[in-house]
Design a protein around this ligand. Structure first.
Ligand SMILES: Cc1cc2nc3c(=O)[nH]c(=O)nc-3n(C[C@H](O)[C@H](O)[C@H](O)COP(=O)(O)OP(=O)(O)OC[C@H]3O[C@@H](n4cnc5c(N)ncnc54)[C@H](O)[C@@H]3O)c2cc1C
Ligand code: SF4
Length: 422
């Protein structure tokens, strides 16, 4: 018996023939109208099978994809009203399939062969590539620096948005396809590319890009200034109680840091963003939720300098105006002269995007102009035995896009091996 709420949501789908939700919106090109049709017919197994042709992360993506920027943003229903709530339906299909004990390995008809691939990094890109290789019978080993898999799904996106139980269930299902894992293996430290190259047919690098970028402002090396990625990834314990905290940036990471810190009883949490609210890259819902939770926003403010003797004490802010410059798609923030002012701050969290790790720079692979690993249209790096994807290769910065790169790499490797794709 289908949940009444879900019945309303699936009945609202028009089952469009052109399906822009899939073709234009969804990075994974999930067959959205057809999986929704299967739910309408009360066939959850079929809906899960349809999803599993293109994704192994429906329980994750249903919950945390920026749906309005991806599938739902292209839904025909959204032209005149609200789009179909595709994310909620996808989540429902995954949760119900798992409640009914339906497993990926029962859906994929695996016939093992003697080909071998090493996947380095067990985040969304690495997991997805591994699953689609394993589906095609390839012997896969994942090498992961930590003693757990999942990457940002585990140590970045907070529990209140993505329960760890869902991530663990997803990973177990993927590993059940017969994938080996070598934990506590860090590329560039106790794992060498040259050795892997002799042992495996191909290598997929998917180690992300999670070193927080810096601003280059005076005082950013003072005690009390942290990178948002590191704060979440290493679960750095700070006593925020009764402290004033500033989070710099306007993306998903800013919202996750601000909302995580707000739960620890600080005196105040201020998000400081140099453009206006409409230009914030974070999902609208995240911004609304953050506001409801009491997080303050200082839009059109830039950091001029961070002040303190050893530790952060104050921040000097400067107001900005937004100007349309020739050749620029977005309005550009320009500091307004003499608009500087000071605020008391104890901790600063910088969330200005991630860059590749120091180990990546030492791999000897060519980088692109943004400092990511350079890949060609097949995701091959400057060493043709090595592929790269996900954040490491600068692939659009969402879970679904990272997963898409992983699936594409698996398909390219299968083709290069001369196997017939299942
Ligand atoms: C706080 C935060 C919130 C986000 N929220 C969302 C969201 O709501 N929706 C969304 O779609 N996207 C979100 N993103 C972006 C999304 O999480 C990433 O784009 C995605 O995780 C990239 O996947 P990946 O596999 O390339 O890298 P990662 O997820 O970073 O995985 C990399 C893996 O490689 C391992 N690794 C790293 N270095 C080494 C090494 N040297 N040797 C071996 N293993 C190594 C890591 O431990 C990790 O397991 C968020 C990002 C952050 C930081
Ligand atoms: S575009 Fe919207 S209404 Fe049309 S098939 Fe996709 S989800 Fe359904």
């Amino acid at each position: 018996m289908i949940d009444k709420n879900i019945t309303e949501k699936v009945e609202y789908c028009l089952n469009c023939k052109v399906k822009p939700c899939s073709n234009k919106g969804c990075p994974l090109e999930n067959d959205i109208p057809n999986f929704i049709k299967a739910v309408k017919e009360n066939d959850i197994k079929k809906a899960y099978e349809i999803l599993s042709e293109t994704t192994v992360l429906p329980g994750v993506c249903g919950r945390i994809c920026p749906h309005m920027k991806q599938c739902q943003g292209s839904c025909v229903r959204g032209i005149k009203g609200n789009p179909v709530e595709i994310g909620k339906i996808e989540k429902y299909v995954y949760d119900t399939a798992k409640e009914n004990g339906i497993k990926l390995k029962d859906i994929y008809n695996i016939k093992p062969n003697n080909k071998k691939v090493a996947v380095i990094g067990g985040g969304p890109a690495g997991l997805t590539c591994s699953a689609f290789l394993a589906k095609n019978g390839v012997n896969v080993t994942i090498y992961e620096q930590y003693n757990y898999l999942g990457g940002i799904l585990m140590h970045g996106i907070p529990e209140f948005r993505l329960p760890k139980e869902i991530v663990k269930k997803t990973i177990n299902d993927i590993l059940d396809l017969g994938i080996n894992v070598e934990y506590n293996k860090k590329l560039g430290v106790n794992l060498k590319l040259e050795e892997l190259k002799t042992e495996y047919d191909y290598i997929f690098l998917a180690i992300g890009a999670n070193k927080s970028a810096k601003m280059g402002v005076q005082g950013e090396n003072l005690e009390g200034v942290y990178g948002g990625n590191e704060l979440l990834e290493h679960d750095i314990k700070i006593d925020f109680r009764n402290k004033n905290v500033a989070v710099i940036g306007g993306g998903n990471v800013a919202m996750d840091c601000a909302r995580t810190i707000k739960r620890q009883n600080p005196k105040s949490v201020k998000v400081i963003y140099r453009r206006a609210e409409e230009q914030m890259p974070a999902e609208k819902k995240e911004i609304e939720d953050a506001k409801k939770e009491g997080i303050e926003f200082l839009f059109q403010n830039n950091i001029a300098k961070i002040i303190g003797k050893e530790k952060v004490e104050k921040v000097e802010l400067i107001k900005t105006e937004l100007i349309q410059k020739e050749g620029e798609k977005r309005l550009v923030p320009v500091n307004i002269e003499n608009s500087n002012y000071l605020i008391d701050i104890d901790y600063i969290i910088m969330t200005l995007g991630g860059t590749v790790s120091d180990e990546t720079l030492e791999l000897g692979l060519t980088l692109n102009k943004w400092g990511n690993i350079l890949i060609d249209e097949n995701y091959q790096t400057s060493d043709k035995q090595i592929f790269a994807g996900g954040d490491l290769a600068g692939v659009k910065g969402t879970v679904a896009w990272a997963a898409r790169s992983g699936r594409d790499v698996a398909e390219n490797i299968i083709r290069k091996m001369g196997l017939t794709k299942i």
